[in-house]
Write a protein that binds this ligand. Structure first.
Ligand SMILES: Nc1ccc2nc(N)nc(O)c2c1
Ligand SMILES: [Zn+2]
Length: 372
């Protein structure tokens, strides 16, 4: 079985570009992962997701264990076959989604017991069960089972929660075992406390992982606080391993995270906001449902090469959103995912050329305020 590896090609300031190699394909970093929560990137055919430039997508243990069930997906040949995506898949480990989606029954040292938000059925997640589910799904990059404290939280709560997550990280590592061709990522916690972040990083490095995520951010702290944490947290992690910032973000969040040494990100924003009529463009956001687009013959973005911008006017997009047609969300999702991947490609090129600062300045200069 081929091994996995991470190779850094260039660095510009803290920003890095490289490649994660897996048996199912290469992942160019910095990488943005579209979210395919219920075994689909909503509104997109898998081949269309690939056409936007995505090398890897994200799945969720929590959702797939509830429906259709991890054992069922395994019996049907695994998640790649099930959803017709043969490239890499990273799966989140479930703890975070329990906190944000389910009626949490109880959290103990052992794990979390909760009721399904779908049918109220009772479930139990532990580091061991999370590793088993992600193995049944067949995911290429497995996330350790962690606990992400709800904010605001006092320092003691954050410290206790982080230390629980570190004990769960050890149990995740022990349970994952040795699986050539698959990667296990640890997840750093510690809130916005620099010393707790460093303690968490040290604990994860002692356990040893194939990659390291910065968890516990994009939970309502705001961009300034998030960047403040990213000014030091990635630096606590090994240089030669991928660094993954979970749940981020808006285009300017993504650029600021890459600038601070992050290699991978995921967010529902481009797909979720696409379904509500929000288009993200190099010059800012467009709410296509706004009446002023009703007769605008221009594309969303003249410089964009996605199918929505090549073949349709704002007036058409406005119409199909107003008429609640299926194609509306499909076209805006496609455009948004294409734009997010465009930013990633431009940053990879700029880092390789040593021109990241100039690219970043241009990125911010182009962004008009509000609707355009
Ligand atoms: N903002 C986020 C998003 C997803 C997360 N997933 C895990 N497992 N842990 C976190 O802290 C997350 C934070
Ligand atoms: Zn477009």
């Amino acid at each position: 079985m081929a091994q996995t590896s991470f190779t850094l090609h260039a660095q510009d300031g803290q920003a890095r570009t490289g490649v994660i190699s897996t048996p199912r394909g290469e992942i160019r970093t910095p990488a943005f992962m579209p979210v395919g929560t219920a075994a689909t990137v909503k509104g997109m055919m898998p081949e269309s997701v690939r056409e936007t430039g995505a090398d890897i997508l994200l799945g969720n243990t929590y959702h797939l264990m509830l429906r259709p069930g991890a054992e069922r997906i395994d019996r049907l040949g695994g998640l790649h076959k099930f959803m017709n995506w043969e490239r890499p898949i990273l799966t989140d480990s479930g703890g975070f989604q329990v906190m944000s989606l389910s009626d949490l029954r109880k959290l103990t040292e052992e794990g979390v017991t909760f009721k399904s938000h779908i049918d109220g059925s009772k479930h139990h997640l532990t580091p061991e069960r999370s590793m088993e589910i992600q193995k049944l799904l067949g995911s290429d990059i497995v996330m350790a089972f962690d606990e992400c404290p709800a904010l605001p939280a006092d320092r003691k709560r954050i410290a206790d929660s982080m230390r629980l997550s570190m004990r769960w990280a050890q149990r995740s590592r022990d349970s994952f075992g040795d699986r050539p061709g698959h990667m296990l990522f640890g997840i750093m916690q510690g809130g916005l406390e620099q010393d707790l972040r460093e303690e968490s990083a040290t604990a994860l490095i002692d356990i040893g992982f194939d990659g390291y995520a910065v968890g516990g951010l994009a939970v309502g702290e705001g961009q300034e606080a998030m960047f403040g944490c990213l000014d030091y947290a990635p630096g606590f992690l090994p240089e030669d391993k991928p660094r993954y910032l979970m749940g981020v973000g808006k285009p300017d969040d993504i650029v600021g995270a890459v600038k601070r040494g992050i290699d991978m990100m995921d967010c529902v924003l481009p797909s979720r906001s696409g379904r509500t009529g929000q288009a993200w463009t190099r010059r800012g956001q467009i709410n296509i449902k706004n009446a002023r687009h009703a007769e605008d013959p221009r594309p969303l973005d003249e410089n964009c090469t996605c199918p929505a911008c090549r073949n349709y006017s704002r007036a058409y997009l406005h119409h199909v959103f107003k008429s609640n047609e299926m194609i509306a969300g499909m076209l805006l999702t496609w455009h948004n995912l294409h734009y997010f991947q465009q930013i990633m490609q431009e940053m990879r090129d700029a880092i390789a050329a040593g021109t990241f600062d100039a690219w970043e300045a241009e990125f911010h200069a182009q962004r008009a305020q509000g609707d355009i």
